[in-house]
Design a protein around this ligand. Structure first.
Ligand code: MN
Length: 274
């Protein structure tokens, strides 16, 4: 199995390499990712200037790695269309440093990259680790430091297990999965649930300030609590469950429920066994 791995936190992010290291145990892994932080960029594509690709010395041996001076979507389009054309079985994006939940996934660079694979006919998985954000995400927050190595390890193992199940029992059509873990130690996670996106998980507000003679604005993202209905992704992670959300934009691509249930069945037991 040949897996293309990308992310939106940049090619040097710990989450990317935690994931690549875990996937390498059972698949051929190639990393093509942005050369720096590109979070919250959605599916943006660079059309007005040329892109440069540079080889990167990977911190995980046996993984080929290249950086792109563009977006996560650019990285996937370049990899599938040129660098790895004809060789990819699955596109995996992450591990994002911080959750991607609710309708906000539509601005996520992590999910955006996975979506570019899906739109090209590939199955794709977006993976995000929980961050310590007790007061919501504030301007200038350094997400890199709010995600523990333990959270990344648990998330990488979860993703690997789901991807192994996809490989052993392929979905009838392309599938796009968005995986999030609850902010708990692995042994305290209670289960894994197939979910739908919660509505309005965050609200964007504008904070205005004055810096000498110049007015400035920060776009802030604040969490809305208590709005997530039963069965949503936010509901799952706030109740201690792993959330697996199938995303699709064409009714023909709706995965059969029995197939989705098979991804979750016994998942947490298998994760906690080791
Ligand atoms: Mn990110």
């Amino acid at each position: 199995m040949q897996i293309l791995v990308t992310n939106d936190d940049g090619i040097h992010a710990r989450g990317l390499w935690a994931l690549a290291g875990e996937l390498k145990k059972f698949a051929d892994v190639t990393v093509v990712a942005p050369d720096g932080e590109r979070s919250a960029i959605g599916t943006a594509v660079t059309l007005r200037y040329p892109l440069k690709v540079r080889p990167v010395k990977p911190p995980v041996s046996g993984v080929a790695a290249s950086s792109v001076d563009g977006t996560p979507s650019d990285s996937v389009i370049l990899a599938l269309g040129k660098l790895m054309a004809g060789k990819v079985d699955l596109v995996v994006s992450g591990i994002n440093h911080g959750p991607n939940l609710g309708e906000d996934v539509h601005i996520s660079g992590t999910v955006g990259a996975a979506l570019q694979g899906y739109l090209r006919g590939f199955s794709a998985v977006a993976v995000s680790a929980p961050a310590e954000m007790p007061h919501g995400l504030r301007p200038g927050d350094d997400m890199q430091h709010n995600v523990t190595d333990e959270a990344l390890e648990a998330t990488a193992r979860t993703a690997a297990l789901v991807i192994k199940r996809l490989a052993e029992n392929p979905p009838p059509r392309r599938i796009l999965l968005n995986i999030n873990l609850p902010p708990l130690p692995l042994m305290e996670i209670t289960g894994a649930k197939i979910t739908r996106l919660a509505q309005g998980s965050h609200i964007n507000t504008v904070e205005e300030g004055n810096h000498g003679r110049r007015r400035y604005y920060w776009l802030e993202r604040e969490r809305l609590d208590g709005t997530a209905g039963d069965g949503t992704d936010i509901w799952a992670v706030t109740h201690g469950d792993i959330s697996i959300t199938p995303l699709y934009f064409n009714r023909d691509d709706k995965p059969p429920q029995a197939f989705l249930d098979g991804l979750c069945a016994g998942l947490i037991e298998e994760l906690q066994r080791r």
